[in-house]
Write a protein that binds this ligand. Sequence first.
Ligand code: ATP
Length: 234
Amino acid sequence: MSTLLELHDVRAAHGGITALHGVTLSVAAGQVVALLGPNGAGKTTTLRVAAGVHPVESGRLVLGGRDLTGASPRDLARAGVCLIPEGRGVFPNLSVRDNLLMMTFTGRSREEIEEIAFARFPVLAQRAAQTAGTLSGGEQQMLALARGLATDPAVLLLDELSMGLAPLIVARLYEQVAEIARQGVAVLVVEQFATAVLGIADHAAVLVRGRIERQGRPDDGLRTELSALYLGSA
Ligand code: ATP
């Protein structure tokens, strides 16, 4: 597997306060990497750095072997990076169809975009005329993913996909995420509560106060460490 996304010793700050103290992380094509950690650990900041939305103070952002440190969000999007932010980023007052139609800016036709979306998430076809705000939380997340897929991403960055959703729905969404990765996309998933994503992740990293404390296969050792963190004993 070839490495697509690399963060090397990335430091980033919010208004003078350091949020990332040298994060090193890589995601290969076809791989799902889970970035886990408690509230405020710097997970969202890491994703925003990877999408070029948040500047790095030092360190490097490399995409497909190309150093893109300091590149604009637009350049990173052009290079195939797609960020699906927490809160889904769908337009609640627009129909499902119009939410998808907006993605024609990518150069893909409406038919192509709908075909991709409806093949992956058939329920969206049934809901095509409904306003996105009336969809269930899981369906809104599917729509957000479908909009992301319309950009033909090489790297997909997902922030708290599971937020507010029932475990069964989360498990189904993650099955689709695993399938997207199998088609060659490098997927970096941020989650605070880990269980579902560990089921599909090839690799997991635990971020605490802006530092990666541990990374490796999502095995029992990692699970134990995570439970300790969330119980406040780490
Ligand atoms: P959460 O799960 O709460 O989103 P997180 O792990 O994603 O947490 P970040 O949102 O990346 O963490 O935040 C990392 C640190 O940076 C935290 O201490 C947070 O308070 C701080 N921070 C995040 N956004 C801002 C901002 N816009 N202004 C100032 N500080 C911020």
